[in-house]
Structures are given as structure tokens and as C-alpha cells.
Design a protein around this ligand. Structure first.
Ligand code: MF3
Ligand code: CO
Length: 266
């Protein structure tokens, strides 16, 4: 069942999405070699609660942390732990909040120092593919138009592996609403979109092969070939001519550029 959001509901969802963007911006300020993902997770929980919201991943189907911190070959749902980040690592930080009844859920991949040319290209292509998908999130198009655009820009253009097992989703009073938004598919297929549909679009793209597996902890998703994987996610509202992006990378990117420990695209 699809829930279309009213104008006031969209504004509440923008607040929730922006709280996630602001939390990711705090991470962009402090990321450095030597910091642990568990330290990041504690700060994430505190920042969200200080801002009058609840970390929505915590206890979601038993998930035991505030955030997902997925390093290198971990695709998504990595557990924060006591391992120190090191130069050359990449980390996707995925954060969810619930505020005034509505969820925000988005993610950004950071590079600690220089990850090398192939990984830089993967990061750039994955971020670009997210925006290519968002361009298709307009009323009258179908979900498959988003999926196709992401797959075109990653798998077909560069030969990267598009993860099949995990998908984007509708977002609202629930973290996961209909419809599912795969990162691969056929143009013109799937649900027809109308104004007020809010989607979390989240390409998960592997440097090598597309196959992944879930670890025995029941959550951590890794690449089968142990090559790195990149994840970006935005919350967007379908509108007539142009999607309304409810989350905001510009504040994250500004903090990323200002942090000498992070590689920030050229
Ligand atoms: N962005 C992820 C998703 O949409 C986050 C879920 S992690 C969980 O599925 F811990 F909440 F499950
Ligand atoms: Co999501």
C-alpha cells in the first residue's frame, strides 16, 4: 500500500531528512584515521536525541545500534565496532531518525584519505547514479525508470556490480513503505509515481562482482569477492517536473571538503 504525503507531511519529512543530513555533517567534521565506528555511533545517537528525535534503526527488527557503519567490503548494515578507521578506508554511514511521526533515512560514503583511482571512480559514479535516478522521480514516470537510470550509469557504463538483494523503498510513518526501488531494472516497468510519493533511493554499487552475502550476525552484508562497495542514499519527494530532494548533501560536502582527513572528489 502506497501512502502519498500531503504538503504539511512533506515538510515534516524534510525536517526528519535534514536532521539526518545534519548528523552526517557532524560525522564529516570528525572523521579521521584512528577513530572507531563505535565512537561515531555513540555521537550519532546523542546528536539525534539532543535534537528531539529517536534513532530509528536502534531495535528495528532487533538491530542493535544507532547507525550502520559499513567499511570497505561491507556493503550495508555494518555494525559499529572498536576497530580504528585507517588511511585508505571508505565508510558508508547510514542513519535513520524518527521525528514528529516521520522517518528520515539516508547515507553517505566517505573516504579516509586517498582510496586510489578505482575506488574514487566508484564513489563518484555511485553518487552520480543517485542523481540520475532522482531525475526520473517525477510524476507520471515509473519506478523502473529510476532503477534503469542507476543501473545504466554504474553497471553498463563502468562495469561495476549493482547489488540486487537490497533495494530502496518508500518512506514515511514507516521506515520501509511501498514501493521497493531496485537499483536495476527496465525502463517503463513498475509502479507509476504520483506527486507526494516519498522514496529513499539508495544505490549500493560494488567495485567488482555484484554478489553479496550476509554474515552470521544476521546483518552485515559483504561482497563475495571482498572488493569494496559504495552506498549513497537520499530521501526524495516525487513532484510534477522535478523531484524535491528532502535531504541535503551540500552541508555534508562542505564539511567533507573542510576536513583534511577526507578525500572529497578532486
Ligand atoms: N537505509 C537502510 C534501509 O533502508 C537502513 C536500515 S538499517 C536497519 O534499509 F538497521 F534499520 F535495519
Ligand atoms: Co534506506
Amino acid at each position: 500500500m502506497i501512502y502519498y504525503k500531503t504538503k504539511p507531511e512533506i515538510e515534516l519529512m524534510r525536517n526528519s531528512a535534514m536532521l539526518v543530513s545534519r548528523t552526517l555533517t557532524e560525522m564529516a567534521k570528525i572523521l579521521r584515521p584512528g577513530i572507531t565506528t563505535l565512537e561515531l555511533d555513540k555521537l550519532i545517537g546523542a546528536f539525534i536525541r539532543d535534537n528531539g528525535a529517536i534513532p530509528s534503526f536502534l531495535n528495528y527488527r532487533g538491530y542493535p545500534f544507532n547507525s550502520c557503519t559499513s567499511v570497505n567490503e561491507v556493503v550495508v548494515h555494518g555494525f559499529p565496532n572498536k576497530n580504528e578507521l585507517k588511511e585508505g578506508d571508505i565508510i558508508s554511514i547510514d542513519i535513520g531518525v524518527i521525528k514528529e511521526g516521520f522517518h528520515g533515512d539516508h547515507a553517505y560514503t566517505f573516504a579516509i584519505g586517498d582510496p586510489g583511482p578505482d575506488v574514487k571512480q566508484l564513489i563518484q559514479a555511485t553518487k552520480e547514479s543517485l542523481y540520475k535516478g532522482i531525475e526520473k522521480a517525477v510524476a507520471g514516470n515509473r519506478v523502473g525508470d529510476i532503477s534503469f537510470a542507476i543501473q545504466e550509469h554504474t553497471e553498463k557504463k563502468y562495469g561495476f556490480g549493482v547489488v540486487r538483494e537490497l533495494v530502496g523503498h518508500g518512506l514515511g510513518r514507516q521506515l520501509h513503505e511501498d514501493p521497493q526501488v531496485p537499483n536495476y531494472g527496465r525502463r517503463g516497468s513498475g509502479q507509476k509515481m504520483k506527486e507526494g510519493l516519498v522514496l529513499a533511493i539508495e544505490p549500493m554499487i560494488n567495485l567488482g562482482k555484484r554478489e553479496v552475502y550476509t554474515e552470521s550476525d544476521g546483518w552485515t552484508v559483504r561482497t563475495v569477492d571482498h572488493k569494496v562497495s559504495v552506498h549513497f542514499e537520499h530521501d526524495v519527494c516525487v513532484q510534477k517536473n522535478k523531484a524535491d530532494i528532502l535531504s541535503d548533501y551540500s552541508i555534508i560536502e562542505a564539511a567533507e571538503k573542510a576536513n583534511p582527513n577526507l578525500f572529497s572528489g578532486n
